[in-house]
Design a protein around this ligand. Structure first.
Ligand SMILES: [Zn+2]
Length: 240
């Protein structure tokens, strides 16, 4: 039987989606949606840890979030390839899993792997719907591609209330033990292993939450604005 998902989250590196969209993933699972994660690289260029460690951590992150599947592709960490071969692999992932919505990194970011992943997934999601493009699987086109924000910030198109799922998100982030702050670690310090990094993630969650009048939020950008049927509800609990 083909396993399909409602929401499909692509990340350049395992831990990207946990950091930027983990709360949205966890609450979507709780809300009864089927969710999948695709990591486009194996993390072989990481300053800390190894691909084998990252794979174990990614599995633990997936368990914490409760996602239905997590798969890994091998497009090359630190130089993510976006040629036709990689595009066809993403097209077939989209065709096989038939997501209603695809999530990807914003296609402009400090880390070129993130930006490349964002462009690759956007283009492959469109091409996946072309019937005349023959692969082993029938055409499928998601409703849209939604971008999560990584290093560079852009004005959000919408913010998801992740107050109830925040602890689950941070548990999933904590599964990547090799990457983040450990007081006695002998591995070299990196941008994300500094003590302040997880504080920044929390501060960002609180900032986005404050924008919509809740404790924690995750912000997303779309090229097509979301349709709102309940304008009053969309601003519920707020005041000018
Ligand atoms: Zn990354």
């Amino acid at each position: 039987m083909t396993e399909t998902v409602d929401l499909l989250f692509f990340g350049a590196h395992a831990d990207d989606v946990e950091l930027c969209a983990g709360g949205t993933i966890a609450r979507s699972v709780t809300d009864g949606l089927r969710v999948g994660i695709i990591d486009l690289t194996r993390g072989e260029m990481g300053t800390r840890g190894t691909p084998a460690i990252r794979k174990r951590e990614a599995a633990a992150g997936a368990r914490a979030l409760g996602v239905h599947l997590r798969e890994e592709l091998d497009f090359g960490d630190g130089g993510l390839r976006t040629g036709r071969e990689e595009e066809l692999q993403v097209i077939d992932v989209v065709r096989r899993l038939q997501p209603t919505l695809v999530f990807a990194p914003y296609p402009d970011d400090r880390h070129p792997d993130h930006a490349r992943a964002g462009r690759l997934v956007t283009e492959a999601s469109f091409y996946a719907g072309l019937r005349a493009l023959k692969t082993a699987l029938p055409a499928h086109r998601p409703q849209t591609v939604i971008y999560y924000l990584q290093n560079y910030m852009f004005g959000p198109s919408f913010v998801v209330d992740v107050t109830r799922s925040w602890k689950t998100k941070m548990r999933a982030v904590g599964a990547f033990k090799s990457q983040f702050f450990k007081p006695k670690s002998k591995e070299p310090e990196t941008f994300i292993s500094k003590r302040g990094f997880l504080d920044m993630i929390e501060a960002r969650g609180r900032h986005f939450g404050q924008l919509i009048g809740v404790e924690f939020g995750e912000a997303f950008v779309t090229k097509q604005p979301p349709r709102v049927n309940d304008v009053i509800g969309a601003y519920g609990g707020r005041e000018v």
